[in-house]
Design a protein around this ligand. Sequence first.
Ligand code: CA
Length: 248
Amino acid sequence: MVSTMSKARGKSNGPSSKAYLLVVEDEKDLQDLLNYNLTREGFKVVCTDRGEQGLEIARQHPPDLVVLDLMLPGMDGLDVCRNLKSDPNTAHVPIVMLTAKGEESDVVIGLEMGADDYVTKPFSPRVLIARLKAVLRRPGAASPAEADAETKPAIRINELQIIPDRHEVRVGEETIELTATEFRLLYLLARRPGRVFTRQQIIDALHDGFAAVTDRSVDVHVVSLRRKLSDAGRHIKTVRGVGYRLEE
Ligand code: CA
């Protein structure tokens, strides 16, 4: 079922400017709940219960964000994600996946395909909306490599301050000594607060052509980083079965 769409806007700057969301969810009750809550929040919402149809709609009117259930009849969510990310017209569209418990391996695959985030069912609409807004607020989907080439503004997250040009990290007034790898790990997470990075994505970002980084060593770097950051280390959250994210 496809609800009617009056007129899709092009690019939007954020939720306040009526972002257009495409919801692909086959559970009728959940689709209705999402439609109701997201519309009430001021989003322009289009819903479908089929992956094929979601793909079609996204190709015709690329949305500002796709809310994508992974378990769908016919074309499943991962296939929809793969298709969206491989099409230059829709590759930039952020995707937030809806998943059931126990689908962590699918979550990892989806994130590595380029999905931005996921929410595990059951979830409260308030939590989902907060996640969607966080994704919509993020500046364009710059890859870690692209971001490396840009000028690098300082990042401040509560008492934590990261000054990339000087490779400096401070917690309050105190300067923290980090290894090069720890710094890169922290900077990777901090550039996109709230975003989950899988271990593989972290390995790829940390790989410097010399030292091999493994799943296990990612965990070791995180432990060491948390310890050095002391209290501020609490911002680095473990996402069980998936990876890590930095939270404000
Ligand atoms: Ca489903």
